[in-house]
Design a binder for this molecule. Structure first.
Ligand SMILES: [Zn+2]
Length: 417
C-alpha cells in the first residue's frame, strides 16, 4: 500500500515552492482578466498582477477576513465578483453570514488527502455525519471519502439514535463529523444497550469544525478503541491541513498556500511564531487571495517521520477578533447587530462557555420593555436568532436596563483553548 496520497506529498520544499509559485502567478493573471473585483483590488492598491510571482509577493495584497467577504458579497451577490464568470459552477454552498461559495472543480482533491492520511480506503464504510443541507461540509467530505474509495453512508444530521442504528446495521468502520456529535452517539449507544468498543466495528474517526480536546481524544482512543484524526479547512477555501498518523501537527494541503501573519499588519511572522492562518487556495474558479481565517496557529517546519514533506500547522490556538465558533458554526458580531436591529436596538450580548465537551450559548438581553422575557417574546426571539445565526440558544438571561455597557463586546468567549 502506498504511504502517500500522491507524489506531491513528497516533493522537496524547493520543488513545492516552485510549482506553487507558478500556480499562484497563473491564478493571479487569470483572476485579473476574469474577475472585475480582483482587477479593482489590484488597481486600487496599485499592484501590477505580473508582479505577484511567488508566495512572498502575497504580502503586497490585503488579507480578506470572513467579515469583509460577507460585506463584499452583500455589495455584489453572490460571490463579490471574485468568481471566474467563464467557468461553469456545479454547486453553490452557503455558510452563516450569509456568505456564498462556488464549489471547486469535481477534480479537486478536497479532503481526500486527509482521509488517506487517516488510513481510510476502499475497505471502509464511512458514516458522514456532517450536514448535507446548504453548507459545504456534507458534500465535500462525501466526495473526499469517495476519492479514497470508501463507501459513504450520508447520515448527515440524523438523530444519534439513527446514527447508532446505521453503525450497527451497516457495519460502519469510520466516522466523519464533529467530536461532540460522536460523543453523543456513544452515549446514545450505551443507552440503547450496546458496548461501543465490543459491538461495533467503528475504529476510525475524522473530525473537523470543532476542536478536539486532549481528554476527549484520550477517551475516544482508550475507552472506545477509535483512532482519531483532525482535519482543518474553511468553506471559503476548502481543505487546508490534516493530521497524519504521527498526530503532531497538521500537514498543509498541497493545493493551498498557508501564511501565518500578524493580524495587525498582514505580514508573515517568523517561523514558529503564533499568528493568523491566512489561506490562498490555488484554483481557477474563485479568486479569493489571502483569506484570513481568524484562527491562530504557528508553523512547524521540521520534517515529519510520516514521509510527507509539507510544513505543518500546530493546531488552532484560538480566534482573533470577535467572531467565535459555537458547535462548529461561526457567530459574527454583524449577525448580532442584525438581530438588535430587528428588536428595536435591543442591548444584548452572546456568551459562549463550555460544560464538559459541549459549547453552551447564553444570550443576555436587557429588559428595556415589559414584554421582553415573556414566553411569547422569548420564543420569537429564539426563532429569529436561529434564523440569523443558525445556532440554537441554550440559555437566556434577562438584565435590567443599562447593565450591558456600550464598550462591552457583543460576543464573549469564555472557553479555554
Ligand atoms: Zn506527517
Amino acid at each position: 500500500m502506498n504511504r502517500l496520497f500522491d507524489k506531491k506529498e513528497s516533493w522537496t520544499n524547493e520543488e513545492r515552492k516552485t510549482r506553487q509559485d507558478e500556480s499562484l502567478s497563473g491564478m493571479v493573471k487569470l483572476g485579473y482578466e476574469k474577475s472585475a473585483r480582483l482587477k479593482q483590488i489590484f488597481d486600487t492598491n496599485k499592484i501590477n498582477p505580473l508582479n505577484i510571482k511567488c508566495r512572498e509577493d502575497l504580502e503586497k495584497l490585503p488579507v480578506t477576513s470572513r467579515e469583509k467577504l460577507v460585506d463584499m458579497e452583500m455589495q455584489e451577490t453572490p460571490y463579490a465578483g471574485l468568481e471566474n464568470s467563464a467557468m461553469p459552477i456545479d454547486r453553490i454552498f452557503t455558510s452563516p453570514g450569509p456568505v456564498y461559495e462556488p464549489h471547486l472543480s469535481e477534480d479537486d482533491h478536497l479532503w481526500a488527502r486527509a482521509f488517506f492520511a487517516a488510513g481510510i480506503g476502499p475497505k471502509d464504510i464511512a458514516l458522514n455525519a456532517f450536514s448535507y443541507h446548504l453548507v459545504a461540509a456534507g458534500l465535500t467530505f462525501h466526495s473526499g471519502l469517495r476519492k479514497v474509495g470508501a463507501t459513504v453512508v450520508p447520515s448527515g444530521t440524523s438523530s444519534s439514535q439513527i446514527q447508532v442504528q446505521l453503525i450497527q446495521d451497516l457495519k460502519v468502520t469510520a466516522y466523519v463529523g464533529t467530536p461532540s456529535f460522536l460523543s453523543s452517539i456513544i452515549v446514545k449507544a450505551g443507552e440503547m444497550g450496546f458496548d461501543f468498543k465490543k459491538d461495533f466495528r467503528l475504529k476510525k474517526a475524522c473530525f473537523a469544525a470543532e476542536p478536539l480536546f486532549p481528554d476527549m481524544r484520550r477517551s475516544f482512543e482508550k475507552d472506545y478503541g477509535i483512532d482519531t484524526y483532525q482535519m482543518y479547512g474553511a468553506t471559503e477555501v476548502g481543505d487546508v491541513a490534516y493530521e497524519c498518523s504521527q498526530k503532531n501537527g497538521w500537514h498543509i494541503c498541497e493545493e493551498t498556500i498557508v501564511e501565518i501573519v500578524d493580524p495587525a499588519t498582514g505580514k508573515n511572522v517568523a517561523p514558529g511564531e503564533l499568528g493568523e492562518i491566512v489561506v490562498t487556495r490555488l484554483n481557477d474558479i474563485f479568486f479569493l487571495l489571502r483569506f484570513g481565517t481568524g484562527d491562530l496557529s504557528r508553523i512547524i517546519i521540521d520534517e515529519c517521520p510520516c514521509g510527507r514533506t509539507s510544513y505543518r500547522i500546530a493546531g488552532i490556538s484560538g480566534r482573533i477578533g470577535d467572531a467565535v465558533k459555537v458547535r462548529g458554526l461561526f457567530i459574527a458580531p454583524s449577525q448580532l447587530k442584525m438581530i438588535q436591529s430587528k428588536f428595536n436596538n435591543l442591548p444584548l450580548q452572546a456568551n459562549v462557555s463550555r460544560v464538559g465537551n459541549d459549547d453552551v450559548l447564553k444570550v443576555r438581553v436587557e429588559k428595556i420593555s415589559p414584554e421582553i422575557g415573556t414566553p411569547a417574546w422569548e420564543n420569537n426571539f429564539k426563532k429569529i436568532f436561529r434564523e440569523i445565526c443558525t445556532v440554537k440558544i441554550d440559555q437566556m438571561e434577562y438584565l435590567s436596563a443599562g447593565m450591558i455597557k456600550p464598550e462591552e463586546k457583543l460576543i464573549v468567549d469564555q472557553r479555554q483553548w
